[in-house]
Design a protein around this ligand. Structure first.
Ligand code: SF4
Ligand code: SF4
Length: 265
């Protein structure tokens, strides 16, 4: 394990279980979902692979969504989601190509873009029993799981319409200039959070605008598609750099994207 540069961080683990007690996924599926003789929980993948020498035995690392909730709870601050992303990426490499499931979720931004042309139709189609059966068989989405809906209007469209009626604070009047990042989930699925954020800044007298929509790399990273995630991060960084140099502050409304910015970029 010590010789594995990417996974050796797991050796700091003192087996205290704080990561399992803070992992929503572990608490939902329980230890049995990890498949028997193995180290369970978020840290278990790296340990099982390290001690058994078998990458396949650590496949359950795919249960990790990379939410980072365990990291501040770990007394030795092991970057557990990073270890699991590495394992997911190695599994893809070992299999030669990513599965349909990984491509579907890893490229969610494209799907969301098309689905949002006609969100009501997309939401209806997503919930047809026949389509749910196909989704379960091909991409492994349990039929009972509610699917997040596409919003009737994206954040970018709602913001444009809102600014026509509410001018907000001009940059000259404001001490700060702020850009809200239109990340994929906030833009297509959860624009009400973005709009609430904009209204708070308006009330505080701070000039705020919305960025272009960007696939920030969160979805691809959580599927272990590291190269795609890095490419998306670089594209977004190239867009944000001149904005930041122009004196703007960037804010993020989606917690998983904030975590991506702080820890992964
Ligand atoms: S990053 Fe993974 S292991 Fe950690 S709390 Fe989130 S899902 Fe669980
Ligand atoms: S919280 Fe940290 S030290 Fe404790 S079991 Fe998890 S990874 Fe190991």
């Amino acid at each position: 394990m010590r010789e594995d540069d990417d996974l050796k961080e797991a050796l700091y683990c003192i087996r205290c279980s704080a990561c399992m007690n803070s992992c929503a996924n572990f608490q939902t599926v329980g230890g049995h979902a990890f498949g028997g003789e193995c180290y369970t929980g978020g840290i278990g993948g790296a340990w099982t692979i390290g001690t058994s020498g078998s990458l396949g035995k650590g496949r359950f690392a795919e249960l990790c969504t990379g939410c980072s909730r365990c990291v501040p709870n770990c007394p030795v601050r092991i970057d557990i989601p990073r270890l699991n992303t590495t394992i997911k990426s190695r599994l893809i490499e070992a299999e030669g190509k990513p599965s349909l499931q990984k491509l579907f979720f890893g490229r969610f931004s494209k799907l969301a873009q098309y689905a949002s042309f006609m969100p009501a139709l997309s939401n209806w189609l997503n919930n047809l029993p026949f389509n749910r059966t196909i989704m379960e068989k091909i991409i492994g989405v349990d039929k009972r799981r509610p699917i997040p809906e596409f919003a009737p209007k994206t954040l970018v469209k709602q913001f444009e319409r809102y600014r026509k009626k509410n001018e907000g604070v001009t940059e000259k009047e404001s001490k700060h200039k702020v850009i809200l990042l239109a990340d994929v989930y906030t833009n297509y699925n959860n624009p009400q959070v973005g709009m609430a954020t904009i209204k708070v800044f308006d009330r505080l007298g701070i000039s705020i605008s919305v960025s272009k929509v960007f696939s920030e790399g969160r979805a691809s990273q959580s599927q272990g598609l590291i190269e795609l995630a890095a490419q998306e991060a670089n594209n977004l960084a190239s867009y944000l750099e001149p904005i930041i140099d122009g004196g703007y502050e960037i804010i993020v409304a989606e917690p998983s994207v904030l975590s991506l910015f702080r820890y992964d970029y």
